[in-house]
Design a protein around this ligand. Structure first.
Ligand code: NAD
Length: 373
């Protein structure tokens, strides 16, 4: 079971020194360090994984990247600064060549799910360990799931090789997340926990962890969005994202993730925003059949299970998170939505109730419009 970070004063130390929790999740060989200021531990942790470190960090992380590169000193093999959502194949190939040519021994992913995703793509090819330092609530650092995108769409798979060996959560790094990204990424994390709650292979541990994630996220996200510099809100939101990612990686995903992946991969839509717009509608469609499984969400939102779709919609609106697919990027016509509905209906993903192509099309139309489910 996950050791409760509160035992190690994980909320303290904002800006002045740090306390950190080092946790190994049983059954998952992932070492987790959580605490404000723990960025300072990254170089040492990378050395412990071995060899020269290649840093994968997008442009928004220039400052933190320079801190890590400086601390790595002679053990640094440089930095990949070009990252993109859904990991385009060409980007992955170039990164593999670079890591191979530079005789890299460990990949350090510093950033959101895009940086983690690129590091995973390299790890999968070269069997290198990954150290992840997340700066969003995407949760990819806790899963063995990889993804690659080409012109035909997105391919995902599970491979324990890509599961990061060490994860360093430093809530200080999330302080710069703008409100809109905090809200959308937070809804993405909430979706991970929710879909884990009704997964057919859930067990006592995943239900407990996903329930704790939901509680933490529902409590902390309004604080992180509306009082972004509040250390407790930032720390608890990141803690919720950690547990949600753990739950996501420990259970199979269902219709919500399948819809998000097909939409995001095929039409290049922003990942977290798509999750945010879809979640109220998917939960609205499934809550009756999911029944008691969604009790932790009902408890956190203070709503009966039957009202969870509208309650999630209100929650997202309160955060200023996206509630409509329309306006997220490429305009989606009815033909686009039907093609997504067909792929998802035919995919055989487990669901509390089977969703037909027509049912999914209606759901997608509602999510495109963005009204209350
Ligand atoms: P992202 O990594 O692309 O980040 C979103 C935006 O936020 C970017 O513009 C980035 O520059 C900016 N950003 C990130 N951290 C910041 C910070 N602290 N301050 C300011 N700006 C910051 O997007 P994401 O939503 O984190 O991740 C999405 C990607 O991750 C998708 O490709 C998705 O498929 C993948 N993902 C994979 C898994 C998995 O288990 N494999 C899980 C979740 C997401």
């Amino acid at each position: 079971m996950v050791r409760e970070p509160a035992e190690t004063d994980w909320r303290t130390g904002w800006r002045t020194g740090f306390e950190h929790a080092a946790t190994v999740l049983p059954g998952r060989d992932v070492r987790v360090l959580f605490g404000a200021g723990s960025l300072d531990l990254v170089a040492e942790e990378a050395r412990a994984l071995g060899g020269r470190a290649l840093l994968v960090a997008g442009p928004h992380e220039d400052h933190a990247a320079s801190v890590v590169l400086q601390a790595l000193a002679g053990d640094a093999a440089g930095r990949l600064r070009d990252v993109a959502q859904h990991v385009p194949v060409a980007l992955a190939l170039a990164a593999v060549q670079r890591a191979s040519a530079d005789r890299v021994g460990v990949l350090v992913a510093l950033g959101g799910g895009s940086a983690t995703g690129l590091a995973k793509a390299v790890a999968r090819e070269l069997h290198l360990p990954v150290l992840a330092v997340p700066t969003t609530y995407a949760g990819s650092e806790m899963t063995p799931v990889w993804g690659l995108t080409d012109a035909s769409g997105k391919t995902t798979g599970r491979d324990v090789t890509v599961l990061p060996r060490t994860v360093v959560y430093d809530p200080l790094l999330t302080a710069s997340l703008p409100a809109a990204l905090t809200a959308a990424s937070g809804m993405n994390a909430l979706a991970h926990a929710v879909e884990s709650l009704y997964a057919p292979d859930r067990d006592e541990a995943t239900v407990e962890v996903a329930g704790r994630a939901v509680t933490a996220l529902v409590r902390a996200l309004p604080v992180a969005v509306h009082r972004p510099a509040d250390p407790a809100g930032r720390a608890e939101a990141l803690y919720g994202a950690w547990l949600a990612g753990w739950a996501l990686g420990s259970t199979v995903t269902g219709p919500h993730h399948k819809l998000a992946h097909v939409l995001g991969g095929k039409y290049g839509l922003p990942h977290a925003a798509v999750h945010s717009a879809l979640l109220p509608h998917v939960v609205g469609a499934l809550s009756a059949e999911a029944g008691d499984a969604l009790a932790p969400l009902a408890g956190a939102l203070g709503e009966p299970p039957t009202g969870l779709g509208p309650a999630l919609h209100r929650f997202a609106r309160g955060l200023g998170a996206p509630t409509a697919l329309a306006g997220l990027g490429r305009a989606l016509g009815d033909d686009d939505l039907r093609s997504v509905a067909r792929v998802v209906a035919g995919s055989g993903v487990p669901s509390p109730r089977p969703l037909s192509e027509e049912g999914l099309l209606a759901l997608l139309r509602d999510a495109r419009a963005g009204g209350q489910p």
